[in-house]
Design a protein. Structure first.
Ligand code: NAD
Length: 324
């Protein structure tokens, strides 16, 4: 019987990028997504059409909130590993739409954990977020730092999912790796995220809105480095004694938003029109990943992609994708 990996959120930025690499490595993948309209559906469909070119890829359009359908559609597959990347993402969207985070993050993740329990799938990789650290109290954030005071509701649901996964891991022996991503970016990125939005507006000669007067600092992490980390972490053998592990996945460098915008301007050869705004509710000024733990898995290529190269690669992709 064929062995499959299941990737939820396969039409999304990270799920898609991971699937591509796994498929090229010859693995059999079932991708699940409900293709919701949180952002432009056409990019999600395009991502899936690329994945469908691989004979070892199967796509199921399923909403994870529908447990019956999920279980029924997967009844004939032998699934060894689940990469659970589907979620209602976006920190800002959670300010006015918290209910979407309850259903797509809490309910959907619980359904997936039930699937693991009922189908006896005992390896899970869960996409969490650096936002679980709330307002950082240290320059570099370690996995052991406090995660009990999330600020945005998005972060609260991610932390809750981590806790549910921990309980299932200990009760039902599901070996679980939690990956806390720090601002991922790159080709096929999310249209609701800064890099995509800024590029679009600059090219259309529109003003960009920059919070905290451009002084926000982020640990921008290039998608290929993150995918490498995901794969290495998923191959780590966990034991019954250590059946639940958490890793930060960041680049390890703090970059000012102003600098990020400068890079965009340079590459696009257009000066951005900027509307500077104060901090927004729930915003965090700066956050930086301590990567010592994940480095032990020899995760990253020797040279991680720096932000200068990463932004250039994104713009090249953006122009090609939009035929500019
Ligand atoms: N991109 C980042 O910088 C970042 C940072 C931290 C954490 N994360 C987490 O990583 C994961 C992937 O993020 P992304 O950037 O690829 O987001 P994304 O929005 O591009 O992908 C998520 C996908 O999940 C799907 N989905 C949502 N609810 C669903 C449901 N109920 N049933 C089935 N499919 C559903 C969406 O249609 C979407 O295609 C998410 O869990 C996100 O919270 C991402």
């Amino acid at each position: 019987m064929k062995i499959y990996n299941l990737v939820t959120g396969a039409a999304g930025f990270v799920g898609f990028s991971l699937c591509l690499v796994l498929l090229k490595n010859g693995q059999n993948i079932i991708g699940i997504d409900n293709i919701n309209s949180y952002y432009d559906v056409s990019i999600k469909k395009k991502r899936i059409s690329i994945l469908k070119k691989y004979p070892n890829f199967k796509f199921l359009k399923i909403d994870l909130r529908n447990f019956k359908k999920l279980k029924y559609n997967l009844r004939l597959y032998n699934i060894k590993k689940i990469f659970h990347f589907a979620a209602q993402a976006g920190v800002r969207h959670s300010i006015n739409h918290p209910e979407e985070y309850v259903s797509n993050n809490l309910v959907a993740t619980h359904n997936l954990l039930e699937l693991c329990r009922k189908k006896k799938i005992n390896r899970l990789i869960f996409a969490s977020s650096s936002s679980v650290y709330g307002k950082p109290t240290k320059k570099k954030i370690k996995e052991i730092h406090d995660t009990n005071k999330p600020l945005q509701f998005y972060a609260a649901t991610k932390k809750s999912c981590e806790l549910m996964a921990h309980s299932y891991s200990s009760m039902y022996k599901i070996k679980t790796t939690v990956l806390r991503f720090f601002t991922l970016y790159g080709p096929w990125g999310r249209p609701d995220m800064a890099l995509f939005k800024f590029t679009k507006s600059i090219l259309e000669n529109k003003k960009i809105e920059v919070y905290n007067y451009g002084n926000h600092q982020r640990d921008f992490t290039y998608i290929d480095d993150a995918v490498m980390a995901i794969i290495k972490a998923s191959n780590e053998k966990l034991t019954n004694k250590v059946s639940y592990k958490i890793y930060n996945v960041g680049n390890g460098k703090s970059v000012k938003l102003k600098y990020y915008i400068n890079l965009l301007e340079k590459k696009l050869k257009i000066k951005a029109k900027i509307k500077y705004l104060p901090m927004q509710k729930g915003d965090v000024k700066g956050i930086l990943s301590e990567n010592k733990k994940i480095k032990k898995l020899k995760t990253f290529q020797k040279n991680k992609v720096d932000v200068e190269t990463g932004v250039n690669r994104f713009i090249d992709w953006y122009k090609k994708y939009h035929k500019i």
